[in-house]
Ligand binder design. Structure first.
Ligand code: SDX
Length: 431
């Protein structure tokens, strides 16, 4: 944040205030209102935080008009094409791409923490067998704090680091276990000679009864999906993690809070809802009916996978995901996948429709991800858990940035109160 010495004048009831303006390295300037209530006795009002910067950060930058996404300054296109998820984890956590030695050391540390404590298996047995995997990973992540007492002191940098490594390493194992539990198959242990994405696929799809060989095209697609979802500045679930962390809650509880928030269909749950919507549409000829419903103000239906609070252009992740969808489907020999045909035709129709053009509604990251995950053999209930797996590193990076900020304060928004003013109690006999 650079002080520009520029100020904005605000006059309220004849009193004029000078509010400082700060400039970012890139993106919109911000108006500093931290002293507003003390000086003018008024709050700002911004439900949904459409115009509010909650923090300053150096991790991820989104240009919604340009359709640009940068992790520590590197574009998502470059990272998806030239990097890999573990290297992106290092970048998000440490701010720079690792040297060869740094990457080897980091990879080895993550690999050595992929197993969960054997007693954690009892948590899984406690869930109904038809429990949604998101319920399971949210519960198990929160329960991690009951196992790792040596990494819950957030004031200790060593404990913050080991908690970070443990969560990045174990979230694929926990997510795969949630999947295995939901399909009634035995848990598969991580294998240390596999890379991160391949390990996750084998823990999901291998069975003890026969050998399992990871398809390298699928593990590359999986790794790319992890990278595309890794972080996204101050979205709802990241803001939840920051708010939980601002109270000093332990890191496992904060990440569990992020998982809970991500579950909503307006956020990370949209990938599951999108594929269900595409299947409900079923055929190309039914698309106009659904587009009409999406435009009908009296109908709560929205096109899942379309629209974004920040992107008013293509979501760059959707573009990369669309390329991956073609690759994976052709590899899987799925030629005329009806769902993909509906998705591509829906995208074409929507992008030509005046309503979507005027409201700048484009496909987002969730529009194509479900098609790839479905082709890879995942049920729709696993789509959001895979999003949560990917986003765990982003949540951790943002949490660490907040926790180490010397100006850290507990988050405590105010409100525009519209309720009753003080009134006398009325006894039961008089009501
Ligand atoms: C993610 O924040 C992030 O960065 C999130 C995320 C991440 O990586 O963390 O990118 C991941 O959550 C992606 C978004 C996934 N959600 C969906 O695909 C669900 C469908 N999309 C919408 O619910 C909506 O677009 C949101 C929630 C994504 C964004 O909502 P906003 O910014 O609050 O916008 P809005 O609801 O005010 O919509 C603006 C207008 C409205 O019409 P008007 O009231 O102005 O007349 O556009 C309309 C909306 O009705 N609109 C849609 C629509 N999305 C918005 N109309 C039809 N279909 C849609 N999908």
């Amino acid at each position: 944040m650079t002080d520009t010495a520029r100020t904005a004048k605000l006059t309220i009831d004849g009193k004029t205030l000078d509010l400082p303006i700060h400039s970012p390295s890139v993106g919109p300037d911000v108006l500093d209102i931290r002293k507003l209530y003390a000086q003018a006795g008024v709050f700002t009002y911004d439900p949904g935080f459409t115009s509010t910067a909650s923090c300053d950060s150096t991790i991820t930058y989104i240009d919604g008009d340009m359709g640009e996404l940068l992790y520590r300054g590197y574009s998502i296109d470059d990272l998806a094409d030239k990097s890999n998820f573990v290297e992106v984890c290092y970048l998000l956590l440490n701010g720079e791409l690792p040297t060869k030695d740094e990457l080897e050391e980091f990879t080895e540390r993550v690999t050595r923490h992929t197993m969960v404590h054997e007693q954690m298996l009892h948590f899984f047995r406690g869930f109904r067998r038809d429990a949604h995997p998101m319920a399971i990973i949210c519960g198990v992540m929160g329960a991690m704090s009951s196992f790792y007492h040596d990494s819950t002191d957030i004031t200790d940098p060593v404990q913050r680091e080991i908690a970070s490594i443990r969560m990045i390493a174990k979230i694929p194992t926990i997510t795969a276990m949630a999947f295995k539990y939901s399909v009634g198959q035995p848990f598969m242990y991580p294998l240390n000679d596999l890379d991160y994405a391949s390990n996750f696929l084998q823990m999901c799809f291998a069975v003890p009864a026969e050998p399992y060989v990871v398809n390298p095209i699928l593990s590359k697609a999986m790794d790319r999906i992890f990278t595309l979802h890794a972080d996204h500045e101050q979205n709802a679930s990241t803001s939840t993690v920051r708010l939980a962390g601002s109270s000093g809650a332990n890191p496992f509880a904060c990440i569990a809070a992020g998982i809970a928030c991500l579950w909503g269909p307006a956020h990370g749950g949209a990938n599951e809802a999108c594929l269900s919507m595409l299947r409900e549409i079923g055929t190309v000829d039914r698309i106009p009916e659904f587009v009409a419903r999406a435009k009908d103000k009296s109908d709560p239906f929205r096109l899942m996978g379309f629209g974004h609070r920040v992107y008013k252009n293509f979501d760059p992740r959707a573009t990369v995901m669309k390329e991956s969808a073609d690759e994976v489907l052709s590899l899987m020999g799925i030629k005329n996948n009806p769902t993909l045909q509906v998705a591509k035709e829906l995208e074409r129709i929507a992008l030509e429709d005046e309503y979507f053009i005027e409201k700048k509604l484009y496909p987002n990251v969730d529009f194509y991800s479900g098609i790839i995950l479905d082709a890879m053999g995942f049920p729709t209930s696993m789509f959001t858990p895979i999003f949560a797996l990917s986003r765990t590193v982003g949540w951790i990076a943002q949490w660490r940035e907040m926790i180490t900020d010397p100006g850290l304060k507990i988050g405590r928004p105010r409100q525009l109160y519209q309720g009753h003013t003080r009134r006398d109690f009325v006894g039961l006999d008089k009501r």
